[in-house]
Each structure stands twice: as structure tokens, then as C-alpha cells.
Write a protein that binds this ligand. Structure first.
Ligand SMILES: Cc1cc2nc3c(=O)[nH]c(=O)nc-3n(C[C@H](O)[C@H](O)[C@H](O)COP(=O)(O)OP(=O)(O)OC[C@H]3O[C@@H](n4cnc5c(N)ncnc54)[C@H](O)[C@@H]3O)c2cc1C
Length: 389
């Protein structure tokens, strides 16, 4: 503490969520003087509103993100939730309209449908999970319909009419249909918390958002980690970036590599995607070989009565695994080998030699990787070593 009452520190961390906690802990453990400032609850959104319920005078920005509420006529005058309120609600709406078919909208649609609400899920894109491969959204839509969710695709909410709780709220869609609810849940995305933290004084434009370099640096002596950067908004990504930045702050520069960031959606079955998607490959003009397999072709699915699920593998013409996607029970665990394959740039011809245990769900990888391996072999584009020495 200085004479004027201010604190002296080597590292100041704004925000003590998943990212802030890790970076502050590592730096303090290594002997740096750390001041951590948290405006709400220590631990951030992950333990309270998200996952757990569905430096040398550097300044680490770890202020997370907040829900975006769209400027929808009539929404303000009617009771609506964001995920924060939905996950701490004590009432169960009889009818719930969810705007947004991304990860949060899909997870909460299934949860509330299983609690007993009549759920309508509205997504403006042609499929659920618009950033993921189409087939994954298609399987998930079928799963949610099995749960009783009314899934409205390619439909955008254009107006909300109603007289409040009990009287019913009508959400009018631009395809001419409507959905009536007791509560509207807005899950139309989140925006990084870049405002009100003074980044402008450091020459950073809060409006443009934070674009960290390969080490997480956004300016001289300023670092940004977690959801505030808008890159892969997941707890595991926040803690990964926090560990890397802490190492850099301790004098051991650590490059971030987000190429194999696992993107999870905790519905039942779970969605796990990693690396490139066919849409990104088209946009970036990357020739992509792709093959997939429906889980019901595995012995395990037969034994366990798994009706829906799929894995998809994406490889470059040279055979390198560039991406993968799955909707499957415990896909987060099942896809460990796919995440490793993308991260390590494994050749699909080597993956085809991996022996998958019987009767495990990972048998689903067998056919698609063998098919891709065959296509790479035939294309003769590359004969890069596939041995394992
Ligand atoms: C419904 C939902 C479900 C999710 N489920 C999963 C999941 O299953 N798996 C997963 O990996 N991810 C999940 N996520 C994402 C995950 O919660 C976030 O990626 C993670 O919390 C990001 O951590 P963070 O530290 O960057 O931000 P946060 O956890 O948001 O922490 C930021 C902290 O900064 C504080 N803060 C903000 N402004 C200031 C300021 N000016 N000064 C000081 N403090 C400030 C906030 O109060 C907050 O505590 C989910 C998100 C949602 C919304």
C-alpha cells in the first residue's frame, strides 16, 4: 500500500472468472504481487450462471462477456430472461419461447422441455448451431423435436406482443407464424465486456473489440484472456489462455494455439466440434475431404439403444486431419482422439491404423477415417510418412 492509499502490484487482473482466477493464482504463486479486482462474484459466470448449474506492471483484462439483447419491438415491455435469469429461476414457465438456436439456446431448450415446459426454439439460420457443420445442427434438431421442442428454423422474431406474465406473450416471426409463451428467453449471443474498463486510455478502441496477438497481448503491457477476447468462449479456452499468459508474464513466452479449440454443447447427446468446418473450408477455398458415420451403425449404439448421433471427419488433400464434429453421448470424451488429431496434424492414414475397442462408440471413427485414407492414397497428392516411429 502506498502513502496515498493505492496498491502497488506487478500484475493487476480485472475480473475473477475462470480466466482471471487462473492467471492471478499462477502469478501470485510465482511470487509476483497481484491485485485482482472483481465487480461481482469471484469465479465469474462459469460456476454461478453457466457451466456448473446447463504482471511487471501489466494489466490483465479478463472481464468476460454479457448477453446481447436484440432491439426487438415489444421485448422491453414484456418479461424476458437471459441465460443468467433462466439458470437461477425458481419458476417453471408453462410455455417458453427461446430466441437463438446457438449452444445456449439449444442447451436450455432441452433442459426446460425435460422439466416440462412447452418450448419453442427460434433460429434465424437454416440450421441449429449455425457455426457448426449443417449435419450436426440437423441431428440436434431431430433430438430436440424428440424431446417435444418446436424448432422453428430460418425464422426471425420481428415483434413481441403481450400483456405480461399470465396473460401470454406472442412472439411474431417473419415467416408469418407466431409462438405464444409465458416467458421469452433471449439467447442471441454475447458481447465482450470491453466497455467501462478504460481501455481507450491505453489506445485500444473498445468498440472494435480486443484482438490479442499470439501471446494474448492487446497493447503495451496489456493482456486479454477469456470471453473478453471473443475467441472461442469456453471455460477451457479461458483457462488455457490464462495459463499461457501467466507463463509469458513470468518470463517464459508461451504462444497460444487455438487451432484445435474444442467447441462443446452440453445437450443430450453432446455436441463436440473441433477445427475447420466445411463452410469455413469453402470460404477459405481449402479443398476438403469429408466422411461421416451414423452412430446407429455401431454395436454399442445397438446395445444402448442410441437412436441418433453422428461423427464427421474433415481432412486436407494431403491427408492431414483439419477438423471433426460429433453429436453423440459423451462426445466431449469420445472426441478426445479427434481433438488430438487436429492439434497434432495427424495424417488420416495413420488414424486409420488406430485400433478402436469393441464394442465402443469410437468404432464410429473407423469407417470414415478408412474412407478418407483411401481417398488420400488414391489422390496421390502426398505420400508424407504415415509410420509411427
Ligand atoms: C449458459 C452458458 C453455459 C455455458 N456452458 C459452458 C460449458 O458447459 N463449458 C464451457 O467450457 N463453457 C461454457 N460457457 C462459457 C463459459 O461460461 C465462459 O467461457 C467462461 O465463464 C469465460 O470465463 P471468463 O473468465 O473469460 O469470464 P467470466 O466467467 O464471465 O468472468 C468475468 C468476470 O469479470 C467480472 N467483471 C466484469 N467487468 C469487470 C470490471 N470492469 N472490473 C472487475 N471485474 C469485472 C465479472 O463480474 C465476472 O465475474 C457457458 C456460458 C453460458 C452463458
Amino acid at each position: 500500500m502506498t502513502q496515498n492509499g493505492s496498491l502497488e502490484a506487478d500484475v493487476v487482473v480485472l475480473g475473477l472468472g475462470s480466466a482471471g482466477e487462473v492467471v492471478a493464482g499462477i502469478c501470485a504463486g510465482a511470487g509476483l504481487r497481484v491485485v485482482a479486482v472483481e465487480s461481482g462474484l469471484v469465479g465469474g459466470q462459469c460456476p454461478y450462471h453457466a457451466c456448473i448449474p446447463s504482471k511487471s506492471l501489466d494489466l490483465v483484462l479478463a472481464t468476460g462477456s454479457s448477453p446481447i439483447v436484440p432491439p426487438l419491438p415489444g421485448l422491453d415491455g414484456n418479461p424476458f430472461w437471459t441465460s443468467d435469469q433462466a439458470l437461477s429461476a425458481v419458476e417453471l414457465p408453462r410455455r417458453l419461447v427461446i430466441l437463438g438456436g446457438g449452444p445456449v439456446g439449444c442447451e436450455l431448450a432441452q433442459a426446460f422441455a425435460r422439466f416440462g415446459s412447452e418450448v419453442t426454439l427460434v433460429e434465424s439460420g437454416p440450421e441449429l448451431l449455425p457455426s457448426e457443420p449443417d449435419v450436426i445442427g440437423q441431428v440436434l434438431a431431430a433430438v430436440l423435436r424428440d424431446d417435444g421442442v418446436r424448432v422453428c428454423l430460418a425464422a426471425r422474431a420481428e415483434r413481441v406482443d403481450g400483456a405480461g406474465v399470465g396473460a401470454g406473450i406472442t412472439v411474431r416471426l417473419d415467416d408469418g407464424t407466431a409462438a405464444t409463451a409465458d416467458r421469452v428467453l433471449v439467447a442471441t449471443g454475447r458481447r465482450p465486456n470491453t466497455y467501462g474498463i478504460g481501455v481507450e486510455r491505453l489506445g485500444i478502441d473498445a468498440e472494435k473489440g480486443l484482438t490479442p496477438d499470439a501471446y494474448g497481448r492487446v497493447g503495451d503491457g496489456v493482456w486479454a484472456i477469456g470471453d473478453v477476447t471473443a475467441a472461442a468462449p469456453f471455460t477451457h479456452m479461458a483457462t488455457y489462455a490464462a495459463r499461457a499468459v501467466a507463463q509469458t508474464l513470468l518470463g517464459r513466452p508461451h504462444r497460444l494455439d487455438l487451432s484445435a479449440a474444442p467447441r462443446a454443447v452440453y445437450t443430450d447427446p453432446t455436441v463436440l466440434c473441433v477445427g475447420i468446418t466445411p463452410r469455413q473450408a469453402r470460404e477459405q477455398r481449402i479443398p476438403l475431404l469429408q466422411a461421416g458415420f451414423d452412430l446407429d451403425g455401431t454395436a454399442r449404439a445397438y446395445v444402448e439403444g442410441i437412436a441418433r448421433g453422428r461423427v464427421e471427419i474433415y481432412a486436407g488433400e494431403d491427408g492431414r486431419v483439419l477438423g471433426a464434429a460429433a453429436v453423440a453421448p459423451r462426445a466431449d470424451d469420445l472426441m478426445g482422439q479427434a481433438v488430438l488429431a487436429v492439434r497434432a496434424g495427424v495424417d488420416v492414414r495413420l488414424w486409420a491404423e488406430v485400433i478402436q475397442p469393441f464394442p465402443g462408440l469410437s468404432e464410429a471413427f473407423g469407417e470414415p477415417v478408412r474412407e478418407l485414407a483411401g481417398r488420400v492414397g488414391r489422390s496421390g497428392v502426398s505420400s508424407r510418412g504415415v509410420g509411427w516411429r
